[in-house]
Design a protein around this ligand. Structure first.
Ligand code: NAI
Length: 490
């Protein structure tokens, strides 16, 4: 009984301790300490973008070392950027604006406010000493007519909201009184173009939405709602192993998502897709596919601001897919511009995993550079003092200090080049299943199914930038499980 009583007390104590810790973390989060003001006498470090690369950099960066300015037209998708910045030691300036041009010679970034509310000034310039470009990429459309005007994309939060609105509009219009059968079928045909991870994950999620919620709320659409994934190559998910490609294709079959491989979209109008289909005998045929929702997910293209900078740098003349960088992520042809994420070409796939490792690397690099500079200044100061020393004892004492600082400086400068550590590829394929090619020791593990889905969820949570985000994402999952997905229009 005594043991039980103690166990009971211990349980209570740990529960109180845990609650106290969580409450204190929340309090600390909501009451960030005072920040030191930005110091314009320090080097100005301008960071463009608030995606995986830039946010990872900001998390690692000691902002007391630089006068830091962040420019991005969107608040970060991962976590409110002002929240992250408010918790840094020294304050950081944030401008919600788009970088329209980078003048490398003049060391100036031109920015413009493209929000709906405009003040007297909506275009201005920001001079920089150091610049990090993490602006990502834009949607590749390969100049295919009608794609920009008629498709929904999957890059920004606004894109997701558009898709949600469009799905509900298609459904409600299909249910309109006296709608013809062909028109109902067209409106309820949801077409996803691009069989990379973006297209596959979206098609899986959309079918889940139909199976878990839509079918139950609006039973009249159940025979005509259809999701189709269109891919130009002979199979989807080319970066995964053959076994996982087969698993994905068979899961899609079970879910009744149709996969149209060897089907290349050539033209899009407001109601139809024209695609060139390669038949098993190798002949090609043009086909017209009616659609209600078209989601375009065919990969990345270079943003205008990046293309313009490339045209200013002869060293970038042969680079086709983005800013070529060296092993320290310095943009080739510059000495004070770095690039991270999808806009940088460093021989890695344009994934979140690469971008966040690059950003964290730059954070460490900049902290080290600032420390080295401080040590060098200290060494200059010590040499001066040594030359003015009054006696041998003082001279020897300063000499020892100089040797110590030199040792620290050598150690500090030993930061190696960026090395990407590939943790594997992971994608959700719907029906609470995921596929994973995980790097393990020196080998590779391929797995697919419900356990992989649980692994996908935990990996998803671990990639969230903060405890706050993790808690909010978990609550969203619970909310969707209990009450269905949120289909409010805004
Ligand atoms: P992607 O470049 O991986 O795939 C695009 C697909 O569209 C290609 O298979 C291509 O053959 C196809 N395509 C191109 N033009 C077409 C046309 N006219 N008609 C039909 N099909 C056409 O692009 P995605 O999926 O947006 O991914 C971009 C990057 O982001 C990749 O590096 C990917 O690995 C990464 N990513 C990773 C995720 C994950 O790990 N779960 C999730 C989303 C993206």
């Amino acid at each position: 009984f005594r043991a039980l009583r103690w166990a009971w007390r211990l349980t209570w104590l740990s529960a109180i301790g845990l609650t106290g810790t969580v409450a204190y973390s929340i309090f600390e989060l909501r009451q960030p300490p005072e920040q030191s003001p930005p110091d314009p006498s320090k080097k100005t470090l301008v960071i463009l973008g608030t995606g995986w690369g830039s946010v990872s950099l900001l998390k690692k960066l000691d902002t007391e070392n630089y006068n830091v300015i962040v420019v991005s037209p969107h608040r970060s998708i991962m976590e409110p950027i002002r929240n992250i910045l408010r918790h840094k030691k020294a304050s950081v300036k944030f401008y919600e604006a788009e970088a329209t041009k980078i003048d490398y010679e003049k060391r100036i970034v031109y920015v413009s406010d493209d929000s709906e509310v405009k003040g007297d000034v909506s275009h201005t310039e920001i001079p920089f000493d150091m610049l990090v470009i993490g602006v990502g990429a834009e949607n590749a459309t390969f100049g295919i007519p009608g794609v920009r005007e008629n498709s929904c994309f999957l890059k920004e939060v606004g894109d997701a909201q558009n898709i949600r609105k469009r799905i509900m509009d298609c459904i409600e219009t299909a249910c309109f009184k006296d709608q013809t059968d062909d028109e109902v079928k067209r409106l309820l045909h949801m077409v996803v173009v691009g069989g990379g991870p973006t297209g596959v994950e979206f098609a899986g999620e959309l079918q889940d939405f139909f199976n878990d919620d839509l079918k139950k709320w609006i039973p009249e659409i159940k025979d005509n709602f259809k999701v189709t994934l269109v891919e130009a190559l002979p199979n989807v998910l080319p970066m995964f192993s053959k076994q996982l490609i087969d698993y994905t294709e068979s899961t899609f079959k079970e879910e009744e998502i149709s996969i149209r491989t060897k089907t290349m979209v050539k033209k899009v109008t407001d109601k139809y897709i024209q695609a060139e289909v390669t038949k098993p005998d190798g002949t090609k045929e043009l086909e017209t596919i009616p659609y209600g929702l078209l989601v375009w997910a065919t990969g990345n293209a270079i943003r205008g601001v990046v293309r313009d900078l490339m045209s200013q740098l002869p060293a970038q003349a042969n680079s086709r897919r983005g800013l070529a960088v060296n092993e320290y992520l310095v943009v080739n042809g510059t000495d004070n511009v770095w690039a991270v994420g999808d806009c940088a070409i460093a021989n890695y796939a344009p994934t979140a995993q690469v971008a966040s490792q690059e950003g964290a690397f730059l954070g460490r690099l900049f902290n080290t550079m600032a420390k080295s500079e401080a040590l060098e200044q200290e060494l200059n100061h010590l040499s001066e003092r040594q030359s003015q020393a009054k006696n041998d004892e003082e001279r020897n004492q300063i000499f020892d200090e100089i040797r110590e600082r030199q040792k620290q400086l050598r150690r500090n400068k030993q930061i190696g080049p960026f090395q990407y550590s590939h943790q594997g590829s992971l994608a959700y394929i719907g029906k609470e299943r995921a596929v994973a090619d995980i790097s393990w020791l020196s080998g590779n593990i391929a797995s697919g199914g419900t356990m992989t889905y649980l692994f996908w969820r935990s990996a998803y949570l671990s990639m969230c930038f903060s405890t706050r985000n993790r808690v909010l994402v978990c609550l969203d999952w619970v909310k969707a499980r209990l009450f269905g997905r949120d289909v409010s229009r805004e």
